[in-house]
Design a binder for this molecule. Structure first.
Ligand SMILES: [Mg+2]
Length: 309
């Protein structure tokens, strides 16, 4: 099968977005942007054996490749609109491609994003997705807006994905809810949209709570005090932390794709409604302070943060 046939067969589906003027099939795609919006873009690469175990199925790989990009849109408060896909495959495997494209299509439809272009090459399995969203002018959630006194919050529970990876690596049967978070993280797009004008800074947790919160602190030139006991955990992870007296999965485990954000006191009363409307648990874990450092109170054996290199 030629590249063009492969794209036509697996990666061409109609978009119902009127802003896509020209989609897959030409040298470039054309999209129009409504007045009042700017474009926000982000890119992520997933490599087999690095970002997911070699044994991961095509359905989960496709889901995660798009979900992590949607999560970056969520962190910006943006409305995801389009994406492009660069796919490097070791071989031409029709059933793998069928599963991959079906899963990609399903998630893209769920979030209303259109595939507008791509490229395929032969090599070790790797997937790069570049996503483009719209953001109302001056409403983007940035890392740099946290102020002294702001509360620090996270969505849902933290550390589930890392815990299930730890279970796999220790020949344990992974807890099913945590395992779902590893392979099927839910991008918090609706929450991100709702936090516009409410949160002062926001990031999605991809590399671990400590590292990602540190990005906010650095960009905002502030410090933080986090109470380890306040970090929301699932029951199985609470048991693990208690038994092993080890906080490293909670604090440094990546791949949660929950949002970590800061909210000034005057906006904090809005969080209850937002939590209900988005059906997302929101928990305060600490407060922004002057110190310039991240202090974690009540955690032993913190471990090391994820390093890209
Ligand atoms: Mg991110």
């Amino acid at each position: 099968m030629q590249e063009f046939d492969l794209i036509r067969e697996y990666f061409t589906w109609s978009s119902d977005q009127s802003s896509v003027v020209l989609g897959v099939g030409d040298d470039g795609a054309i999209c129009s942007v409504e007045p009042g919006y700017g474009l926000v873009t982000s890119i992520d690469t997933l490599i087999a054996g690095v970002h997911f175990p070699e044994s991961t199925g095509a359905t989960d790989i496709a889901y995660k490749a798009l979900a992590v990009n949607l999560s970056d849109m969520a962190a910006m408060g943006a409305l995801p609109k389009y994406f492009t896909l660069a796919l490097t495959l070791p071989e031409m495997d029709p059933s793998w491609l069928q599963n991959f494209s079906q899963s990609l299509k399903q998630l893209s439809e769920q979030f209303g994003v259109s595939l507008i272009g791509g490229d395929t090459t032969r090599g070790s399995l790797s997937i790069t997705i570049s996503i483009i969203g719209w953001i109302e002018h001056s409403e983007a959630l940035r890392r740099s807006g946290a102020k002294i006194g702001d509360g620090i919050y996270v969505s849902n529970t933290i550390g589930d994905a890392a815990f299930s990876l730890w279970q796999l690596q220790n020949n344990d049967i992974p807890d099913s809810d945590c395992f779902a978070k590893l392979n099927r993280p839910m991008p918090q797009v609706e929450l991100g949209r709702s936090l516009r004008g409410v949160a002062s800074a926001c990031i999605d947790i991809s590399d671990g709570l400590v590292q990602d919160l540190s990005h906010i602190l650095k960009a905002s030139q502030v410090g933080a005090r986090v109470e380890a006991e306040q970090i929301p955990l699932t029951k199985v992870l609470t048991d693990h932390v208690t038994k092993q007296s080890d906080w490293s999965l909670v604090l440094n485990g990546g791949d949660d794709y929950e949002l970590c954000f800061t909210v000034p006191e005057k906006n904090q009363e809005m969080l209850g409604d937002i939590s209900k409307r988005c059906d997302v648990k929101i928990t305060q874990i600490g407060v922004i302070c002057e110190s310039g450092v991240l202090e974690i109170v009540g955690a032993k054996n913190i471990g090391k943060s994820y390093q890209h290199f």
